[in-house]
Design a binder for this molecule. Structure first.
Ligand SMILES: Cc1cc2nc3c(=O)[nH]c(=O)nc-3n(C[C@H](O)[C@H](O)[C@H](O)COP(=O)(O)O)c2cc1C
Length: 328
């Protein structure tokens, strides 16, 4: 007996992030929330995902921050994992071969404490079968510059992007931090330095207070806020970045439902990453792929790309003298 057509089956969900990185669909999993992809093998069909951003990877192994490292917040969570990972050589040895057997591109999230660190990790990933691209986590302190984060300074962000660009032929995504007054000059500097795409946002810096109120709760004092609570901030950053650059922008921040995906596409994202929501339900990303296809089918669309940028102004707005467009 013929089966009924699946809504959206003929919709083109593919997305080109530049330099040959073409994702089968625009729903990825975010760094730090899906391990190296192998951990969820029994519950998630990884080949249905648009892309996998693996855990932050550094030159040398890192043991991470003191505990406690996570706590729940209203509508989200704070984490201070501290980039615990076995180091780039071990990551390549343990996981790259498995990645070659997947249809889904694996994007290795790279972190470092100096430009040299980032360049060396990128150099070691370059040409490794199974590694489809690099996502630079630049929300890391630059030890040589008094611990100032690369992501909060346009010059430092451009310097590390340009250096990694020279070190590898891999497609290069650079991840923006929301912890800045104005994202636009930073987004432009990164694009001009040779990034193929931007991803936004990383977590918002925050703290929680321990029971008894004698000290902050997290072992590292500071943590990164993520989950639905950060979505409006992520929407604003994507909205501003998408107007500031010509390269594609991939949105991250509080995605749990199809409505969230549609909102991020409307403000100019070409794809979205799902992060914190995976801890509650790892099947969400694949479900969102099906829901997006079905939604396009219902609307009679042959490609989801008609959903991108519908909420952006038709004419570029004049740059604000105040930085962030905050109009109470
Ligand atoms: C436990 C945890 C670990 C994370 N680790 C990384 C990381 O290693 N590198 C990185 O760039 N982002 C990391 N992130 C940030 C996420 O990739 C994402 O940018 C952020 O959580 C916002 O998305 P969400 O609200 O969907 O979680 C981490 C987030 C969480 C919750």
């Amino acid at each position: 007996m013929p089966t009924a057509p699946v809504p959206g089956e003929t919709v083109d969900l593919s997305v080109d992030l530049g330099r040959g990185l073409v994702l089968p669909n625009p729903i990825l999993v975010a760094s730090g929330t899906f391990g190296y992809g192998v951990e969820y093998g029994d519950v998630v069909d990884v080949d249905r995902l648009g892309g996998i951003c693996c855990k932050g990877t550094t030159l040398k192994p890192r043991i991470g921050n003191p505990t406690p490292r996570v706590t729940e917040t209203p509508g989200g969570m704070l984490n201070s994992i501290g980039l615990q990972n076995p180091g780039v050589d071990a990551v390549i040895e343990k996981y790259a071969e498995t990645w070659t057997s997947w249809a889904t591109p694996v994007i290795v999230n790279v972190a470092g404490e100096s430009v040299h660190d980032y360049v060396e990790v990128a150099r070691r990933l370059d040409g490794v079968p199974g590694v489809a691209a690099i996502e630079l986590n630049i929300s890391c302190p630059n030890v040589g510059a008094g611990g100032l984060q690369f992501a909060i300074d346009a010059g430092a962000a451009a310097e590390v992007t340009a250096a990694v660009r020279r070190a590898t032929e891999l497609p290069l995504l650079v991840k923006l931090s929301p912890n800045v007054a104005d994202i636009r000059p930073i987004a432009r500097a990164i694009a001009d330095a040779g990034a193929d795409a931007l991803t936004a946002i990383n977590t918002l810096s925050g703290i929680a207070v321990a029971p008894g109120r004698g000290r902050p709760l997290l072992g590292n004092i500071y943590g990164g806020l993520s989950g639905p609570a950060v979505k409006p901030v992520a929407l604003r950053v994507v909205y501003e970045a998408a107007q500031a650059v010509k390269i594609p922008v991939v949105a991250i921040g509080g995605v749990t439902s199809l409505d969230d995906v549609l909102d991020f596409l409307a403000v100019g994202a070409v794809a979205v990453q799902v992060g914190t929501a995976i801890f509650a339900d790892p099947t969400i990303p694949v479900r969102l792929v099906d829901e997006l296809a079905a939604e396009c089918g219902r609307r009679g669309m042959t490609t989801y790309r008609d959903l991108v940028g519908t909420a952006l102004p038709t004419k570029a707005e004049r740059p604000s003298s105040k930085g962030v467009e905050y109009r109470p």
